[in-house]
Design a protein. Structure first.
Length: 173
């Protein structure tokens, strides 16, 4: 009789344990610590949330970008309409700025990605990009991808965006 009671008790304990374990929810996915962009990151950027359209010269641009004059229109796209969370953009935020003019002499596409993991810490872990019209990462004359941090474009990206530190180094939103 004791053996039967013990087996019944053990069966109840195992059943309860299985029920409890099966009802547990998975732990929430932790935020990524780094996001490394590739060509697919910027694909179809013109279908993203258009969060700013600016016409004409911008004092914040200076000589850093082509066509900082009255003829240029700059459209700024945020992937998934991302907004700041607690004052900063989360790792993986992707922003593209496309500058054009009616004459067709300006067609500049630049991007920035919140990379994280201590990449370019002086400007909030942003990585800067020069892009092709199809959204792929441009290459310089030697075939190197035009992307980087503090040294990108001779430090111009960091220098200008450093002036927008209160907005997590962005000008548009």
């Amino acid at each position: 009789m004791r053996t039967q009671t013990f087996i019944a008790f053990l069966g109840i304990v195992l059943t309860v344990t299985l029920l409890v374990e099966s009802c547990k929810t998975d732990s929430p996915t932790s935020a990524p610590t780094e996001f490394v962009a590739d060509n697919a990151t910027f694909a179809n950027y013109q279908t993203w949330s258009l969060d700013a359209t600016n016409q004409g010269p911008s004092p914040s641009l200076g000589a850093a970008h082509v066509g900082n004059d009255a003829s240029v229109t700059r459209k700024v796209y945020f992937k998934n309409g991302q907004a700041r969370v607690g004052g900063t953009y989360p790792i993986g935020t992707v922003i593209v700025k496309h500058s054009t003019n009616p004459a067709g002499t300006v067609n500049e596409i630049v991007g920035m990605v919140k990379r994280g993991n201590g990449f370019n810490p002086t400007t909030g872990n942003w990585e800067w990009f020069m892009l092709m019209p199809d959204g792929t990462i441009a290459k310089d004359a030697s075939g190197m991808a035009m992307r980087g941090g503090a040294a990108m474009m001779g430090g111009m990206c960091n220098s200008c965006h450093g002036g927008a530190s209160s907005k997590d180094f962005t000008f548009s939103k």
